[in-house]
Every structure is written in C-alpha cells, then in structure tokens.
Design a protein around this ligand. Structure first.
Ligand code: SF4
Length: 271
C-alpha cells in the first residue's frame, strides 16, 4: 500500500474529539520528463516534491521507462508508488463532453494513488498505473476558455482520471484550477474526492464557481474496497470544512456528495 497513514485529532461539533485516519500519499519516486521541467508549473511541482525530500529522477527522454517489474504484480506496485510529471500531449487539448456530470472533462492528471478495487482507471488507462501529472496545466486552463459559452453556464469536471485531492499536496494543480475558474464568469469547476486534506483549498478565491463533492459509501465498503483513501469519518469532516463559511474557518464552497458505487450490503439503512 503506497499511502502512508497519519493520525490527527480533529475536533468535531459537540466538542467531542475523535481520532481519525487521514492519508497523505508520498510516492517512492518522482519522475520528471525534460519537457515537463521546462514548464514553470513543472518547476513549481519540482520545488514542492524536493521540499518534501521525495526522491526525484529527471529522465533523459520524454518517455516513461523503467517501470516494469519482474511480474505484473511488481509492475503494478512500482507504478502505484510513482508520480510522473509530464507534458500533456496535444490530444488532451481537445476536451471531451461528459454529460450528465459536466459539459467537459479536463484532466489535470491521469492515474490515482488509491487502490479502489472497483475503479475503472485500471481498465481505461494504458500502461502501468503511474500517476501522471501535467506540467503544462496553465496552458490547458487557458484552452478551456474556447469551450465557454457566452451567457450560459459551462461546467468542467477534473476528476475523471484521478483523485485531485489525493495528489494536491504534491502538485497544487487543483488550487491552480480553482483560481482560474474563480475569475471566469458563467463557468463551474467540479471535482470529487475520497481524500480529506482540503486545508490548502480553504482560503482560495473560488467565487462560488467550484463545486466540491466528496465520495461516500457504507463504512464497510470504504474499509474493504477503497484502499489508500481517507476514512468515511475523515471525508465527512473534509466536507464540513469545505462547506463552512469562511468567517467560521471553512472554504465556503458549494458542496455535494457522490454515493457510488451502490453496493449490496447488510444493514444498508444503518450503514
Ligand atoms: S479514489 Fe477514485 S480514481 Fe482513485 S482509485 Fe479510487 S475510484 Fe479510482
């Protein structure tokens, strides 16, 4: 399991103090392609990961190599412990529609550090499941302007191929998106997460244009099938922080909950 659990006491309403598990992913290796390192945003990521003392390798070419292990299991393990910072290829600038969740999907990364057993990423991304982060994110954000419709709300979803909070401490990419859409009238950014480290988002100028959603499920499902993610209790606390008004220390975001996948569990009402 690549995620490293840390324990932190968080005070809850009703003055009760609980211990809850929150998980911060620290990859075993961070790879940069030469192209990615030429990007100012790629350099920001470089500074973040070196400040965290993560082992960084600058590749000789723009191809990701050296990820294969002795067998598929080892290859999977290597990939899941790897963050690769690359430049998004030209094809990613042609946005795909994604109704009904949003008008367009915009991927600031592909791959996820978590291990949800039902996740469609394993079958939809090619090659070993490395988490690839795009160093040319600012250009990708500028590109979304061409997809806005005058006088009509245009929505952009950034969570189709990664968990944006799960990697935010390493990249700052979601904050970049929130600031961008905060300045774009008639737009809405949407994300969904199974992680809980939302503190870095609380003071951002989102102007109500980012809808933050938290993915929930029965506790037993989360424990058994959603390896590497935050506990349900921690996710609920994150949801609360995101929703609370700024005067009360929260982010003041419009929030939502995603209940998926629907699983047949005993005592489902109670759970
Ligand atoms: S957190 Fe989301 S993207 Fe990541 S493995 Fe789980 S279902 Fe997939």
């Amino acid at each position: 399991m690549s995620a490293q659990p840390t324990q932190s006491p968080i005070s809850q309403p009703g003055n009760t103090t609980h211990r809850m598990t929150s998980r911060l992913w620290m990859p075993r290796q961070v790879l940069f392609t030469p192209d990615a390192l030429e990007e100012p945003f790629g350099q920001q990521i470089y500074t973040r990961v070196t400040n965290l003392n993560l082992p960084v390798t600058i590749l000789k070419t723009n191809r990701l190599t050296g990820l294969r292990g002795e067998d598929d299991r080892q290859t999977y393990r290597n990939a899941k412990q790897t963050l690769a910072v690359v430049k998004a290829p030209p094809g990613t600038f042609r946005l795909q529609p994604i109704p009904p969740s949003a008008d367009w999907q915009m991927n600031l990364a592909e791959g996820c550090p978590a291990h949800c057993q039902y996740c469609y990423l394993a079958g939809s991304l090619q090659g070993p499941p490395v988490t690839r982060v795009f160093a040319n994110l600012p250009q990708m954000l500028s590109n979304t302007v061409a997809y806005e419709q005058t006088g009509k709300m245009t929505t952009f979803e950034v969570s189709c191929y990664t968990d944006v909070i799960g990697i935010e401490h390493l990249t700052g990419g979601l904050a970049e998106c929130i600031r961008h859409f905060g300045n774009r009238p008639d737009t809405q950014l949407r994300f969904v997460t199974k992680y809980d480290q939302v503190d870095s988002l609380l003071g951002l100028p989102h102007n109500g244009r980012t809808r933050a959603r938290v993915s929930l499920n029965a506790d037993s499902v989360a424990r058994r099938l959603e390896g590497g993610t935050a506990s349900i209790e921690a996710r609920l606390m994150a949801l609360r922080k995101l929703a609370m008004p700024p005067e009360q220390g929260g982010g003041g975001y419009p929030v939502g909950v995603v209940l998926a996948p629907i699983m047949p569990v005993d005592n489902w009402r109670e759970q």
